[in-house]
Design a protein around this ligand. Sequence first.
Ligand SMILES: Cc1cc2nc3c(=O)[nH]c(=O)nc-3n(C[C@H](O)[C@H](O)[C@H](O)COP(=O)(O)OP(=O)(O)OC[C@H]3O[C@@H](n4cnc5c(N)ncnc54)[C@H](O)[C@@H]3O)c2cc1C
Length: 354
Amino acid sequence: MTHFKYVIIGAGLSGLTSAYYLNKLGESNYLVLESRDRIGGRIFTKNGIDLGATWFQNHHEMVVNFLNELQLESFDQYSKGKSILLYDPNRPVHYFESDPNAQAAKRIKGNSVSLIRRLSQSSMDKIKLYTIVQEIIDKGDHLKIVTNKETFTASKVILTIPPKLVSQLQFTPDLNISTKKILASTPTWMEHSIKVGITYEKAFWRNKNFSGTLIGQSGAVTELYDHCDPTTGIISLMGFVSENLREQNVDQRKKIILDYIANQLGTEVYNYLNYEENDWSKDPNTSNSLLTKFSRTHNYGHPVMQESIFNDKLIFSGTETSQLNAGYMDGAIYSGIRSAAHWNKPYFSNANSK
Ligand SMILES: Cc1cc2nc3c(=O)[nH]c(=O)nc-3n(C[C@H](O)[C@H](O)[C@H](O)COP(=O)(O)OP(=O)(O)OC[C@H]3O[C@@H](n4cnc5c(N)ncnc54)[C@H](O)[C@@H]3O)c2cc1C
């Protein structure tokens, strides 16, 4: 059984942020365990399409500062030309133009995966993929972490997986009932989303003076945006699929989506290069069968998620635990820094980090 000073569970944005900060501290005695076959968690770019997180705002200071530190650039969401608002598919559409002086949502150049790639550069050799954590046992002076493969021991554990999935892990001794209830009833941010992305040779919609923005709550795609990236040169549209289409098979859903967009932007829609979609609710690394619609009465940043357990050997982390911008990438970074700082406060207060 291999022992580590720190084991970080989950190689999403918050887990990788903690690893990055431990590295900055000169700490090399850590391991990151990840259940998927890839790093990044809910940041997932496939063939140039952000199927997970895409945008941030200027007030997301953790993201802005991190991009500066990692020397990554950003750009404004494209919104020139006519945008379409479709209240009811049986009634005429409304066209509107964005105010060029309004603050635009920002995107990361090279897609959101660039952040994950840059962030993980210094910890790639410490990440174990395909490793599903199943049980955490308090052994007094250390914790035992049982996975589908090996068992590890650690002095300290940073647990970044979404709270409702934490509630399914086995703990010995068990978590108290009220903590378990709070974790189990905390929805994973965006777990209900189905994202779609379609790539093209040319941004035909721009040539027709369309921005690519198509909003319509009753449509097959509730929100669609121009998703071209100046760094990769990949030309695409990306959006959120109506949840009414969740139970359709992929081919049926694809046809309904393409027909819907073609009705608004033109038949060029059918001449695509690549079609991608991802239903996050079907991914056991993000969601479970207790799919809960996001409600304002969530438990994000709940006080029980701020308390360490097992005599200060385990801390809860991840965006849902964050008291700042929970759900967003900003919250994931905040929680990742907070967790790495938990046992290393002097370093962080000197570095003037939050
Ligand atoms: C469709 C969608 C769109 C989004 N859009 C935006 C956006 O535009 N802007 C924005 O700011 N945010 C957005 N978000 C949210 C953003 O993606 C998250 O805030 C952020 O990525 C969360 O990072 P995290 O590390 O906290 O969690 P996660 O990324 O979920 O990381 C947790 C990790 O733990 C792993 N794991 C799970 N179970 C186990 C286990 N048993 N053992 C080991 N590992 C395990 C998972 O595989 C995952 O890699 C979006 C999310 C989705 C799904």
